[in-house]
Design a protein around this ligand. Structure first.
Ligand SMILES: [Zn+2]
Length: 286
């Protein structure tokens, strides 16, 4: 067992928990702004009594568990979204730390200009996109809406990733070799995932999918940059949303339910991202 790799994964878990807490805070801040409510200010506060949280009440995962999900001052329930956001992103970051570790080590051994300058920025923008996807997931799950600001931010990250990937090729002198394949994969991924949602949105006039869904599918497709994986995300997200829809229908007895689609798109993206090596092997075999 590689001890360093395990330590990196544990460190990533802790960073993920902090970012999960941050994501949930941003969700509430955006919601308050959207509803025209008074801003929550710079510090973390209880949404019920408004009291500023002390450092000990602000530790991701830990504080929630110790306080049993309640505010220390007024006893109001904090809600499950907070703990789920912290735990979920912690697990995702631990997974990312684990799978990206060998790649990062390899980059650090070969200190070329591309590896020293472009790669760290690429990694940072990619992780920023992950946190934004996560924030969109929580917001959409809570209020069936994808905030425009976050969609714009996710798309900016995706465009920057494309630019950096091309810069990487240029610095490694593989532009002639790789650029055309890269752009074809990009165009196909976007057409399959974002294109399908755009068409569904336009022909169903928002009955099937909302206007935000294709704008979320766009950065997901760009980051995947693989038409087969984009296809799997398309099927998997619909499959998960359908199963959820059926369960919800049975539970509530209502026939026409509005199901937020964003969370399933993000969950499908994470599943496919983590299983991409296995999936690529499967495609070769097919
Ligand atoms: Zn309180």
């Amino acid at each position: 067992m590689d001890m360093t790799r395990i330590i990196v994964a544990i460190g990533s878990f802790l960073i993920g928990a902090i970012l999960g807490s941050f994501a949930c805070c941003q969700v509430w801040r955006l919601r308050y702004k959207e509803l025209g409510k008074k801003s929550l200010g710079k510090w973390s506060v209880c949404l019920n009594c408004g009291k500023r949280l002390k450092a000990a009440e602000n530790i991701p995962i830990f504080s929630w568990l110790v306080q049993k999900g309640k505010c220390k001052s007024c006893g109001a329930k904090i809600g499950k979204a907070e703990i789920l956001s912290e735990l979920g992103l912690a697990v995702i970051f631990a997974g990312l730390g684990w799978i990206l570790y060998p790649e990062v080590v390899n980059i650090m051994i070969h200190l070329t200009p591309a590896n020293m300058i472009v790669y760290p920025i690429l990694l940072a923008v990619f992780l920023a996109a992950i946190v934004i996807f996560w924030t969109l997931l929580i917001y959409d799950a809570k209020w069936q809406k994808l905030p425009t600001r976050l969609l714009v931010a996710a798309n900016i990250c995706a465009v920057v990733i494309v630019g950096l990937s091309i810069a990487n090729m240029a610095l490694n002198n593989t532009l002639k070799l790789d650029l055309v394949t890269y752009l074809i994969n990009l165009a196909e991924s976007v057409a399959i995932l974002a294109g399908t949602y755009l068409v569904l949105y336009l022909i169903s006039r928002e009955r099937l999918v909302g206007s935000g869904d294709w704008l979320l599918a766009l950065p997901v497709a760009i980051i995947l940059n693989n038409p087969m994986l984009a296809l799997v995300v398309l099927f998997l997200s619909n499959f998960l949303a359908s199963i959820y829809g059926i369960f919800k229908q049975i539970k509530t007895g209502k026939k026409h339910l509005k199901i937020p689609f964003g969370p399933f798109l993000v969950i499908a993206f994470f599943i496919v991202f983590f299983l991409q090596n296995e999936l690529n092997k499967l495609f070769l075999w097919l």
